[in-house]
Structures are given as structure tokens and as C-alpha cells.
Design a protein. Structure first.
Length: 248
């Protein structure tokens, strides 16, 4: 099929998603090519080695059924904060309001086994930041992460401010993890912004979370960390922030 025929007949985000999952490119190589080529052009270059076309149709259906958008490097809506990162994912999946990324952004992350005082501080900080028009970025993990977003939700309910919650997760956006966070997950997807580099249907794996942390590090201008993070892979990403505030 000619390049023009592919470009006219297929959805570029679905093509990019299938290319990212095909194993034919490393993430960095695909991202580099997407800088100056459309997914359909990359697809055409593979010739008979291209993945089956049915995978593109299936991906489009999965995205639609999950109310998820796929954004690839080079696309107009791909976040500028990620586009300049050397480890940017070639494709991300989003649900919600991308305009929350245009605000100042602070990440609040920390231990999953948070103390009562740690949970209180995370919620208080999320409340105060969002009340001042600052987006709160976190990983929706147990402990500090989810309590930061509970603080954002509290500010919305009490002060009627914008729901400036950005959740970056390690699974497909229709695979809620941990499952007890289903209500918060749904609220952020509707009122805030959910981001993943995994397509709908992908289940969480241990290796996904350092990759998720990389996206949080790229999006945040400042990070507040509560508790020890080494075992969660955060030490690898601290240098990616403009400023890191570590609190015990």
C-alpha cells in the first residue's frame, strides 16, 4: 500500500501505538523517527515486515472503548515537557484535561507505607497547592501519592477550585491499580488528567514503575518527596527535576 493510501485510511495514533508495541523499534529509536516522520510513513518503510493491519483496527477499538487518547512524539498535543526529555516515551495515553499541564506543576511522591503524619502532610500540601492554581502530579500509588490527590479533591470540594490533579500510572488507563483507588482514578480521569505510556489493557508490572517515575520527573518543575524512595526507583530520576525537596 502506498504511503498516501495509509495516511488517508488509517488513524495515526493507532498506528503509532501498534508500532510501539511491535518490538521492531527501541523506544528511543521510534521516538527519534517520530520527530520527523508520521507513523504511517514509518509503517510504510517496514514493507512486508509491518505488523498485521488488524492490530491497528483492534487498537483503535480499544482506545475508543476505554475513552483514551494516544499521543505520539511529533503530534500537536504531545506534552512539551516530555518532548524535550531524552527518555521520552514514543507514545503516551491520556484521559482528561491536557490543559492542566499548562499550569505550574509540583510532584508529591513518597513511601507507600506512610505514617499518619505523612498522610496528613501530603493531603495538606495537595490542598494548598491546588488552592493556589498549581497542578499536583503523583503516581496514584498507595500511601503518599494518593493522599496528595485526596488533598486536591478536598480543595475542589471545599474551595470550588479547579481539579488540578495529574496522575501518572504504570498500567493501561482501563486497568486500575491498586484496585482500591478506583474512585480516585475515575475522578482524576474525569476532572483531572491521567497519563500512562501503556496501552489500554496492559496490566501493571514491577518494571513499569521506574518508567512511570521517569514521566513524573519530566512533567514536574519541583518534586516533594516524603519518606525513603530508593526501593521505588526514584533515586534514578531525582536529577531530572528542576528542584527536589526531600522531607523525612
Amino acid at each position: 500500500m502506498a504511503r498516501t493510501r495509509i495516511a488517508e485510511s488509517l488513524d495515526e495514533p493507532a498506528l503509532a501505538s501498534v508500532l510501539a508495541a511491535s518490538g521492531k523499534f527501541t523506544a528511543s529509536r521510534l521516538a527519534s523517527r517520530l520527530d520527523h516522520e508520521l507513523p504511517s510513513e514509518i509503517w510504510s518503510s517496514l514493507g512486508r515486515g509491518a505488523p498485521p493491519m488488524r492490530l491497528v483496527r483492534e487498537m483503535r477499538e480499544r482506545l475508543c472503548a476505554s475513552d483514551v487518547r494516544a499521543l505520539h512524539v511529533g503530534a500537536r498535543d504531545y506534552p512539551a515537557q516530555l518532548a524535550v526529555d531524552r527518555e521520552r516515551p514514543p507514545v503516551i495515553y491520556v484521559r482528561g484535561h491536557l490543559e492542566h499541564l499548562a499550569r505550574r506543576r509540583v510532584a508529591i511522591v513518597g513511601t507507600r507505607s506512610a505514617s499518619a503524619s505523612g498522610r496528613y502532610f501530603a493531603a495538606h500540601l495537595g490542598f494548598e497547592l491546588s488552592s493556589r492554581g498549581i497542578s499536583v502530579v503523583s503516581g496514584l500509588a498507595r500511601g503518599i501519592d494518593v493522599w496528595a490527590h485526596r488533598g486536591v479533591r478536598g480543595a475542589v470540594e471545599r474551595n470550588k477550585v479547579e481539579p488540578l490533579a495529574i496522575g501518572v500510572v504504570g498500567s493501561g488507563l482501563n486497568v486500575i491499580y491498586p484496585p482500591e483507588h478506583d474512585e480516585m482514578w475515575s475522578w482524576i480521569g474525569k476532572e483531572g488528567l491521567l497519563i500512562s505510556e501503556h496501552a489500554p489493557g496492559v496490566t501493571p508490572q514491577k518494571s513499569h514503575f521506574p518508567m512511570r517515575n521517569r514521566i513524573i520527573a519530566a512533567l514536574a518543575e519541583v518534586a516533594v518527596t516524603l519518606g525513603r524512595l530508593e526501593r521505588d526507583g526514584w533515586v534514578l530520576h531525582a536529577d531530572g527535576w528542576w528542584e527536589v525537596l526531600r522531607l523525612p
